[in-house]
Design a protein around this ligand. Structure first.
Ligand code: TYM
Length: 325
C-alpha cells in the first residue's frame, strides 16, 4: 500500500503527535511504500516567525529519525521542495465547494484562536492537504482523530475529480490508532493536547527530564484518589493511564492493579519515569543531529527527489485529464 502522512513544523512536537501519528508510521514502513512529509506550506497559515521555520523543519526531521523512520525505506521530505503540491492544490480548489471548507472543525477552531489572521490559505488548508495525499495516489493516511475530517474531505475531492475528469485517484482512508488517537491536555483533560496551548499542557518530545517531571506531577487529576480508567468520571487519570499504557505496552487493567491502594502521587511519579526513559533517545538524537545539518539536509534532498518523481507522473496525468496539456 502507498501510505502518506505529514506534520506541521511549528516547533514543540508533543507526545500526542507521536502516539497519534508517528508511532503508527514506524510499524507501517516495514511492509508498505511510505511517504512522510514536513508540511511547511501548512505551517504558514497560522502566525509564525520566518526566522524559526528552517530550524523547526530540521527539528521535525530529527523527530522522524529519532522515532525510527528509516530514510532508506521511507521517503522523508519537505512539502515546499516539491512544487507539485501547490499546483495540485490550486487545481483541486476549482472543484471543492466553499461550503465543505466552511464546515471544517480545524478551520473554525483556528479562526477563533487567531481572529486577526483569518487568511484564504487557512480556509483552503484542507485542499492543500488533499493535494498532499492524492499527489502520491495514497491509499492510507495514518493520523490522529483531529485530522480524520480532512482525510474524509480528501476522499470526497478524489471522488469528485474522478467523476468529472476520469479515474486518476484512489480514495484514501484514514488509519487511526485504536488507543491514543486523541491524547488530552495535561492541564485540561477535556481538551486535546495541542502545540499552540500553554506549554504546561503538553509534553514535548525534547523536554528535559526536569520539565517532564514537573508537568506530570502538576497534571490535572480528578476527585477521589484511586488510579482507575474511566474517561467520563476520571478524564485526567484516564489520559495519564493511556499514555502509560502506550509507552509500556501494558494494559490499563494491569497498571490499575499495580497502583491499587496507592494514590495519584505514586502513579504520577512512576509515569514521569516511564516518559523520561522513553523520550531519552529523542533528546539524544536531537543533540546529535544539531551538529549534523549536512546529513539531515542530504536526507531531505534525496527524499524530495524521490517524491518529485512520483508527483510529476501524477501531475502529467492530472493536466491531461483537465485539458491543461
Ligand atoms: P499536525 O501537525 O497538527 O499534527 C500531526 C499529527 O499528530 C496528530 N495529533 C494528535 N494525535 C493524538 N492526540 C493529539 N492530541 C494530537 N495532536 C495532533 C494529528 O492528528 C496528526 O496526525 N493537517 C495536518 C498535517 C498534514 C497532513 C497532510 C497529515 C498536512 N498534510 C497529509 C496527513 C496527510 C496537521 O496539521 O497535523
Amino acid at each position: 500500500m502507498r501510505i502518506f502522512s505529514g506534520i506541521r513544523p511549528t516547533g514543540g512536537l508533543h507526545i500526542g503527535n507521536y502516539l497519534g501519528a508517528i508511532k503508527q508510521w514506524i510499524a507501517m514502513q516495514e511492509s508498505n511504500e511510505c511517504v512522510f512529509c514536513i508540511v511547511d506550506l501548512h505551517a504558514i497559515t497560522t502566525p509564525y516567525d520566518p526566522k524559526e521555520l528552517q530550524k523547526n523543519i530540521l527539528e521535525t526531521t530529527a523527530v522522524y529519525l529519532a522515532a525510527g523512520i528509516n530514510p532508506d525505506k521511507s521517503v522523508i521530505f519537505v512539502q515546499s521542495a516539491v512544487k507539485e503540491h501547490a499546483e495540485l492544490a490550486w487545481l483541486l480548489e476549482t472543484i471543492t465547494p466553499m461550503g465543505e471548507l466552511g464546515r471544517m472543525t480545524q478551520y473554525k477552531e483556528k479562526s477563533k484562536q487567531h481572529k486577526d489572521y483569518i487568511n484564504a490559505g487557512l480556509f483552503a488548508y484542507p485542499v492543500l492537504m488533499a493535494a498532499d495525499i492524492l499527489l502520491y495516489k495514497t491509499q492510507a493516511v495514518p493520523v490522529g482523530k483531529d485530522q480524520e475530517q480532512h482525510v474524509e474531505l480528501a476522499r470526497t475531492i478524489a471522488k469528485k475529480f474522478n467523476q468529472k475528469f476520469g479515474q486518476v485517484f484512489p480514495e484514501p482512508e484514514s488509519i487511526l490508532p485504536k488507543v491514543g488517537a486523541k491524547i488530552m491536555s495535561l492541564t485540561d483533560p477535556k481538551k486535546k493536547m495541542s502545540k499552540s496551548d500553554d506549554p504546561k499542557s503538553c509534553i514535548s518530545l525534547f523536554d528535559s527530564p526536569e520539565d517532564i517531571q514537573k508537568k506530570i506531577m502538576s497534571a490535572e487529576t480528578d476527585s477521589g484518589k484511586e488510579v482507575i480508567y474511566n474517561v467520563t468520571k476520571k478524564p485526567g487519570i484516564s489520559n495519564l493511564l493511556t499514555i502509560y499504557s502506550l509507552l509500556t505496552g501494558r494494559t490499563t487493567q494491569d497498571i490499575e492493579k499495580e497502583f491499587k491502594g496507592k494514590g495519584y502521587g505514586d502513579f504520577k511519579k512512576a509515569l514521569a519515569k516511564v516518559v523520561i526513559d522513553y523520550l531519552e533517545p529523542f533528546r539524544r538524537k536531537q543533540k546529535e543531529l544539531q551538529t549534523r545539518d549536512v546529513y539531515v539536509k542530504d536526507i531531505l534532498d534525496k527524499g524530495a527527489s524521490r517524491a518529485k518523481t512520483i508527483a510529476e507522473t501524477t501531475m502529467q496525468e492530472v493536466r491531461q485529464k483537465m485539458g491543461l496539456a
